[in-house]
Write a protein that binds this ligand. Structure first.
Ligand code: UDP
Length: 455
């Protein structure tokens, strides 16, 4: 095997970040490190069976994972590492192979009906996907590393690995057991097939990537993953797209003339708890009627939230704030910066969140985040420094915290500055450098000690 060579071997943190954020990544690499030369890692086979990186995020099954897969492939291409991203064909119009930029191809594999299939039904098409993958691999492979996303892809990757002998890196993005421990009232638990599939992936993948120390702990404590397999690679933010901007212009662009604007951005489903944001807004209006505030809810229905937009709109009517809550359908990723810039605060009341890219994106725009103290959000938001972390989902508590912040423009501005500074140190280039590091170690057959970055 050839050796991993890194142009700048220094691994010390070179960007100051608030202490509260230690957990997100305690060794931030310089962007220039993306020029790293990783011998032995030239071609990566990426598996994302259930959702294409070409799908627009913010609705259905397309969200942070899609943004993550596509952006990292671009970053790796810039570092001289090519990615073939395999996904299931869902339409007769899906081209078998499409180069989306030099060094990044998306391959649509036939497996099951040529239409979208709910995630829960996908396991029945995984064998077909595997066969298509092995056939395509003969033509487009081989790969130095296979990187699978979400458990169904991990299931396929572990079998492809037997044929190709490429090491498998797996990212779960969400974990069934974690979701089941924080279900909203009436929400269906994740099925046993998923839990068993995840266990199998944990035991067979060569390396498990966790976005935060919390996810790393969940993998070891809830799934018995050997610590030596787990590696923390935090997510990032596209700093060229998400940056501070003129709030007045942004407000004009989103069509609001209120003094205060709150935003909720994400796929609408019970897990994301848009109801908490709507109820908090209603309480704000009741308790502090002088506050001229509105709430923008941005995103489309997803998974078990098919009725969520109507449910949230009905709740706003019932709470008497229909005129103060505006629902916008999922916005093109490019346009979201305007929403974040228009807002005084982003509310992220999720019941479970493995990372929460929207929190990092809003911070990159200089917008403080009020988030639930769950999962990755506890690492992505600095409590009292770049936003607030709230325990529980009591709308009273949320309304009081928001009112408090809106009443202190100076504090809000200081938090916004700290947020932009923090997010500025977490570009996708940093994530890509760490990912290359992980790939390189696998290819070399060496591994860093595990859970080195406990937070
Ligand atoms: N997003 C978008 N348009 C929308 C809503 C969301 O482009 O209308 C993007 C958002 O910018 C973020 C991703 O979808 O990059 C959501 O990621 P997050 O980690 O917050 O949640 P997930 O979808 O993974 O549950």
């Amino acid at each position: 095997m050839t050796r991993l060579r890194v142009t700048n071997p220094s691994r010390s943190a070179d960007v100051a970040e608030p202490d509260r954020h230690r957990g997100l990544g305690d060794r931030v690499l310089a962007s220039s490190e993306l020029g790293a030369v990783v011998d032995g890692v030239r071609r990566v086979g990426v598996l994302t069976v259930h959702s294409s990186p070409l799908a627009s995020p913010g609705v259905g099954d397309s969200g942070g994972m899609n943004v993550h897969v596509r952006t990292l492939a671009s970053e790796l291409a810039r570092a001289g590492v090519a990615s073939d991203i395999y996904t299931r064909a869902t339409s007769v119009d899906d081209p078998p192979v499409i180069e989306i930029e030099p060094g990044v191809r998306v391959l649509h594999l036939p497996a099951g009906p040529l239409e979208p299939v709910p995630k829960q039904l996908l396991p029945r098409y995984l064998c077909a996907f595997l066969c298509s993958l092995l056939r395509a691999g003969e033509r487009y492979g081989p790969y130095d590393v296979l990187h699978s996303h979400y458990w169904v892809s991990g299931w396929v990757a572990r079998l492809a690995r037997e044929r190709w002998s490429s090491p498998v890196v797996h990212s779960f993005h969400t974990l069934g057991r974690v979701k089941n421990s924080s279900l909203a009232v009436g929400e269906e638990p994740e099925p046993p097939t998923r839990l068993a599939g995840e266990e199998r992936v944990v035991s067979t993948a060569d390396c498990l990537l966790a976005a935060t120390p919390s996810e790393a702990r969940q993998l070891t404590e809830l799934y018995g993953a050997p610590p030596s397999k787990v590696r923390i690679v935090p997510h990032g933010v596209d700093r060229s797209r998400f940056h501070p901007g003129d709030q007045a212009l942004a407000r004009a662009a989103v069509g609001t003339s209120r003094k205060h604007v709150l935003a909720f951005v994400g796929r609408l489903q019970p897990l994301k708890a848009p109801d908490v944001a709507v109820r908090a807004l209603a309480l704000l209006r009741r308790r502090w009627p002088e506050l001229d505030v509105e709430l923008l809810v941005v995103g489309g229905p997803s998974g078990n939230g098919a009725e969520e937009p109507q449910r949230s709109a009905a709740l706003a009517r019932q709470e008497g704030v229909a005129g103060r809550v505006r629902f916008l359908p999922a916005q093109p990723h490019d346009r979201l910066a305007t929403v974040y810039q228009a807002a005084d605060l982003l509310l992220v009341p999720s019941r479970s969140e493995s990372f929460g890219l929207v929190a990092l994106e809003a911070q990159a725009c200089g917008t403080p985040v009020v988030a639930a103290r769950v999962g990755g959000l506890s690492h992505a938001v600095g409590d009292g420094t770049t936003g607030l972390l709230l325990s529980g989902h009591d709308p009273e508590h949320w309304a009081a915290a928001v009112a408090d912040l809106l009443a202190s423009p100076r504090r809000l501005a200081a938090i916004g500055l700290a947020a932009a500074r923090f997010a500025g140190a977490h570009g996708w280039d940093v994530t890509a450098a760490r990912l290359l590091d992980a790939y390189g170690e696998l290819v070399q057959g060496t591994r860093m000690p595990l859970l080195e970055q406990s937070g």
